[in-house]
Ligand binder design. Structure first.
Ligand SMILES: C[S@@+](CC[C@H](N)C(=O)[O-])C[C@H]1O[C@@H](n2cnc3c(N)ncnc32)[C@H](O)[C@@H]1O
Length: 355
């Protein structure tokens, strides 16, 4: 079972032309797990469900060890630690490292994956433009499963769309032409009108983006041979450090219930979640739905960026919007866009706020 998950992820990464190092490590780890080796020992007693992504948990634990200087021999294969040795030779050293640091790896590999990916803001930002134009009101942004809160600053990043700058044009973190289509008819005008007047988040295990440990943890979830993503997280963490938003240590449903208990009619309240659903227990998922359904006050929207109900062939995610009062009368969420799992490219399925 674990072997299959590692092998499937390696195949997916290879198809997408992503991390060669992780393709090699996951393939070898799959064979090791099947043969009852160190990978099987590390996951002994762990249900390792597909939704808990054991393959990402293990490699994040290993990456963390490398970044913290605990595995200098293995670091020679990790570009994130300055290494440039060929990935196909990495497994022998990785297996030895896993055995030497088994207790540390087992503990870290039990933690929920916390990839806090600022690239997902290319979808969120467009969703906020759509909502802000639809209601002609400022935004109150509430994020569940916010991790370090890097995505609570979507208006503090720069986006160049059809050659026009949106967001904060002076931001050090910029996305160049991340969209196909647009969610509003005049993106620069909508961007000029967008105002986020309140932001808050919760996570069951918040990461502090201002601390050295927190930044190391954020980096550990990024694939070591993807320098652009490593740089993106570093820039987003610096922006979060300059504009701190408290991320409360709390389960999503309880936090949301409390936040929505203070309704505001002068804003659109936007609940935002990305890549959180798979980690929720059924009871918590139901409690979140019920908090949304029973909230009083002004306009309320729930933007989700999650895998589609039936897995898409290209692995793309869907940006969906539930509205209260209901926007389209169907009781269903509306598909706003399809996006990559780390954000770009975003292909818009709506073209105007009246859609
Ligand atoms: C894969 S990360 C995604 C982080 C962020 N939303 C993003 O897309 O960049 C999932 C996050 O959900 C959090 N999480 C999982 N279950 C939770 C719960 N019941 N309540 C609050 N946060 C939760 C995890 O701690 C983790 O930070």
């Amino acid at each position: 079972m674990i072997g299959e998950l590692f092998r499937a992820r390696a195949a997916e990464l290879q198809r997408g032309g992503r991390s060669r190092l992780y393709v090699e490590l996951m393939r070898e780890a799959a064979d090791d797990a099947d043969a009852g080796g160190i990978v099987a020992a590390i996951f002994a007693g762990d249900p390792a469900t597909p939704a808990s992504v054991p393959e990402l948990r293990l490699l994040a634990a290993l990456h963390h060890l490398v970044l913290s200087g605990g595995a200098p021999e293995l670091a020679r294969y990790f570009p994130s630690a300055g290494g440039d040795a060929p990935p196909q030779d990495a497994w022998a050293v990785a297996r030895r490292t896993l055995a030497e640091h088994e207790a540390f790896i087992r503990e870290r590999a039990r933690r929920t994956v916390q990839t806090n990916e600022p690239g997902r803001c290319v979808a969120l930002y467009g969703g906020l433009l759509w909502l802000s134009e639809r209601h002609r009101l400022p935004i109150r942004l509430l994020e569940i499963g916010a991790s370090a809160g890097l995505n609570l600053n979507p208006d503090r990043f720069a986006y160049v769309v059809d050659g026009a700058p949106l967001g904060d044009a002076r931001s050090p973190l910029a996305f160049d032409e991340p969209w196909t289509g647009a969610p509003v008819t005049d993106p620069p005008a909508a961007a000029a009108r967008l105002r986020i007047v309140e932001r808050a988040g919760c996570d069951q295990a918040p990461i502090d983006p201002t601390s050295v440990d927190g930044r190391l943890e954020l980096q550990s979830y990024i694939w070591p041979d993807e320098p652009a993503r490593l740089a993106r997280v570093e820039l987003a963490a610096s922006i979060a450090a300059r504009h701190p938003v408290a991320i409360e240590r709390r389960g999503a449903a309880a936090w949301l219930l409390r936040r929505l208990g203070a309704p505001r009619a002068d804003v659109v309240t936007v609940i935002w979640q990305s890549v959180v659903d798979q980690y929720l227990e059924d009871a918590e998922r139901a409690a979140i739905r019920s908090a949304f359904a029973s909230a009083g006050g002004g306009p309320l929207a729930w933007l989700t960026l999650e895998p589609p109900a039936a897995a898409s062939e290209d692995g793309s995610f869907e940006l969906r919007c539930h509205e209260r009062p209901e926007g389209n009368g169907s009781g269903e969420s509306r598909l706003l866009a399809r996006a990559g799992y780390h954000g770009p490219p975003v292909v818009w399925a709506v073209a105007s706020p009246d859609a």
